[in-house]
Design a protein around this ligand. Structure first.
Ligand SMILES: [Zn+2]
Ligand SMILES: [Zn+2]
Length: 240
């Protein structure tokens, strides 16, 4: 294996540059992954256009872009027993510490010592030990890598669906039929809801319908969406 790799480095707003950088060295507990698929998340797009959010690793002047991937294990750090070379894997882009104030209350997204994973727009990425331990998963046989790379956004949607308490027969509205909205449409149907999907774009609504939305409403900028949606609910009482 070469000692350097190609990586897309975020330099500044609207400036991401392909450079040769060292292939990361693996420490105990870590994995080195060859990236097979990397996705562009909304966070990446926003960072590219507006610059990094403060207080995230994106605020470092130079870093490798991207945080969603599916890949193949090429090196296994000392002490790692769950993974072998050649395994196809996917990771979430963070892992909670498990022992801080919030972790003890199962509020993992508020963890005070989150470990982050950035840098999937490269040939290789090193997975930190905490993420190897808690948030890295083997891809089941027969599942395409390009599907598994969607695990992180899908996990966010699964979490959201569980928190809403959607019940069989509820009528719900999902405003926006982008990737996240479409995942909500699909999972809400699995929960047995009657789903109204709204968006400004017809082509997105077509996908929502294909994924099971019962009603797809194309809204205009100045529409009264609340009123429009009410008209599609029993007795005009609104969604559940
Ligand atoms: Zn993401
Ligand atoms: Zn914590």
């Amino acid at each position: 294996m070469n000692s350097t790799m190609k990586a897309a480095i975020f330099k500044d707003i609207r400036k991401v540059v392909l450079e040769d950088v060292p292939v990361p060295q693996v420490n105990p507990g870590e994995l080195l992954i060859k990236i097979n698929i990397a996705l562009t998340c909304g966070t990446d797009a926003k960072t590219f256009k507006r610059g990094p959010k403060k207080k995230t690793p994106y605020s470092q002047a130079i870093h490798i872009f991207g945080h969603e991937y599916a890949g193949t294990v090429v090196e296994v750090g000392e002490g790692v027993t769950r993974f072998d070379k050649g395994d196809k894997v996917v990771s979430a882009n963070s892992a909670p510490c498990g022992y801080c104030f919030h972790c003890k209350r199962s509020e993992f997204s508020l963890c005070e010592n989150l470990t982050w994973l950035w840098g999937t727009f490269a040939e290789y990425i090193k997975i930190p030990a905490a993420i190897v331990k808690k948030n890295t998963f083997t891809i089941p046989e027969g599942v395409p890598m390009k599907h598994m790379a969607l695990m992180e956004p899908l996990a966010c949607v699964v979490h959201g669906i569980e928190r809403t308490g959607i019940k069989l027969g509820d009528t719900i509205v999902i405003n926006g039929a982008g990737p996240i909205g479409l995942m909500y449409v699909f999972l809400s149907k699995m929960k047995g809801a009657r789903v109204i999907s709204t968006d400004l774009k017809r082509d997105r609504l077509d996908v929502a319908s294909a994924l099971g939305a019962d009603i797809a409403i194309k809204v205009e900028e100045d529409d009264d969406i609340v009123e429009t949606v009410r008209n599609h609910t029993e007795g005009g009482k609104g969604v559940d």
